[in-house]
Design a protein around this ligand. Structure first.
Ligand SMILES: Cc1cc2nc3c(=O)[nH]c(=O)nc-3n(C[C@H](O)[C@H](O)[C@H](O)COP(=O)(O)OP(=O)(O)OC[C@H]3O[C@@H](n4cnc5c(N)ncnc54)[C@H](O)[C@@H]3O)c2cc1C
Length: 391
């Protein structure tokens, strides 16, 4: 079999390795001058390449009615991923379930993959001209038995993932779901300049315009002028964009003190007030929140009002912000894309329905994982499904 792979990123390299290992002659077309550029910037250069907890619930998709993501993750689980890289010489280390190369450098991962491509005799054509793919598996007029499209999304253009893959797929007549930024900061209508630089633990609820909680997340929150960054904000950003993209309103309910229930926090305030009757409300909060956050949370509260403790508890634990639709258009800070080729348009080997021998893998597909190594895992997993089994 002669296989062409379009795109030399995580999913394309994995597909090429797996196809070559099962005996295919493999050619990779890469429109940049080098491969694996995005891998190098993952995990702040440390490359969080998979996670000990690998479940379908760690992924979002609007087009996976048959549970294909779950089946792919079953066939290529964390253990398969770790042992694939161990075989390439990548010893690993774990932090809170996240798996990194032992060297803590993405460069090691790239080097190991490139050495394996070389060992297997995979040919990479760099700086290739605009790719023309036809339904009869011709890539720039060359015929192939199989073609694997692995062009990534439109996130991180500087690495080569410039959205041109969507054009290749559309020319085959395949419809795409709407595409939005994901793992990106939440942009709010409210100005948060006074909270710039604050880092705090929080629990977030993403609420639609009917008041239904669509998703929750917990972890470190980093407010900035126009919104929230930090893992707990980014994890729900793709879903937020999907709601906003439908032209609906979306809200974030913020709990700035998730260690206490409303009742426990009320009791804590009363206890502190009894102990320090001379203190102002802001002073009573010392030790519970960073100073800037105390000022922000106390500011709207009129402590002369009888029910001010209830109002304060509500402000701390049920603060509602409206999200700005602007966030659906800004891919510049995203780490992945929500949307793309519907999961229902491929089979379990990632072959496109109605397009025998043509496969699509990685970020091109309508599946986006939360922070923690899930998107790279999905790229390896789909690449291995399309390339062939891990031999
Ligand atoms: C800053 C940042 C940090 C991240 N950190 C992590 C992390 O720690 N853990 C994690 O799991 N995920 C992380 N991700 C996400 C992860 O990197 C991607 O999900 C993953 O690389 C997607 O792999 P891919 O092969 O689908 O696409 P890509 O890696 O984007 O590869 C696509 C390749 O195709 C090439 N290409 C595109 N169009 C064409 C074309 N028309 N013709 C020829 N070639 C083409 C591109 O040049 C590129 O080489 C991060 C992303 C970013 C931006």
């Amino acid at each position: 079999m002669v296989t062409a792979v379009i795109g030399a990123g995580a999913s394309g390299i994995m597909a090429a390795i797996c196809a070559a290992r099962k005996g295919d002659s493999v050619v990779v077309y890469e429109h940049r001058e080098s491969a694996a550029n995005k891998i190098l910037i993952t995990g702040n250069g440390k490359c969080n390449f998979t996670n000990l907890r690998m479940e379908p619930s760690c992924f979002h998709s609007s087009s996976d009615s048959s549970g294909r993501i779950g089946r792919i993750l079953e066939r290529f689980d964390t253990r398969a991923c770790i042992s694939f890289f161990e075989e390439l010489g990548i010893k690993h280390r774990e932090r809170r379930g996240c798996i990194y190369p032992y060297t803590d450098t993405a460069e090691s991962v790239k080097s190991a993959l490139m050495l394996e491509l070389k060992r297997l005799g995979v040919r990479i054509i760099y700086d290739c001209d605009e790719i023309q793919l036809s339904g009869d598996r011709k890539v720039n007029k060359m015929s192939y038995d199989r073609v694997i499209i692995a062009c990534g999304s439109c996130v991180s253009k500087r690495t080569g993932s410039d959205g041109s893959g969507y054009g290749i797929v559309k020319k085959l007549g395949i419809g795409l779901t709407d595409i939005y930024p994901a793992l990106t900061p939440l942009i709010l209508k409210e100005d948060l300049s006074s909270l710039r630089g604050v880092r705090c633990e929080a629990f977030l609820r993403l609420i639609n315009e009917e008041g239904v909680v669509e998703e929750c997340s917990a972890g470190e929150l980093q407010p900035f002028e126009t919104g929230f960054s930090g893992i707990c904000a980014m994890d729900i950003s793709g879903q937020a964009c999907r709601i906003l993209g439908r032209g609906e309103r979306a809200y974030i309910e913020t709990d700035f003190l998730p260690v206490y229930s409303d009742e426990e926090f009320t009791e804590e305030i009363i206890r502190r007030r009894e102990r320090f009757p001379e203190r102002k409300l802001s002073e009573l909060m010392t030790g519970l929140f960073p100073k800037k956050l105390i000022n922000y949370l106390v500011h709207p509260i009129d402590t002369r009002r009888e029910n001010h403790i209830t109002e304060f508890v509500l402000n701390v634990k049920h603060h509602i912000y409206e999200l700005s639709p602007d966030m659906t258009r800004d891919f510049s800070r995203a780490q992945t894309a929500a949307g793309g080729i519907p999961m229902d348009s491929i089979d379990d080997s990632c072959m496109l329905t109605g397009h025998k021998g043509i496969y699509a893998v990685g970020e091109l597909l309508d599946a986006d994982g939360i922070c923690g190594g899930y998107n790279l895992h999905f790229a390896w997993a789909t690449g291995s499904m399309a390339g062939g089994s891990l031999l």
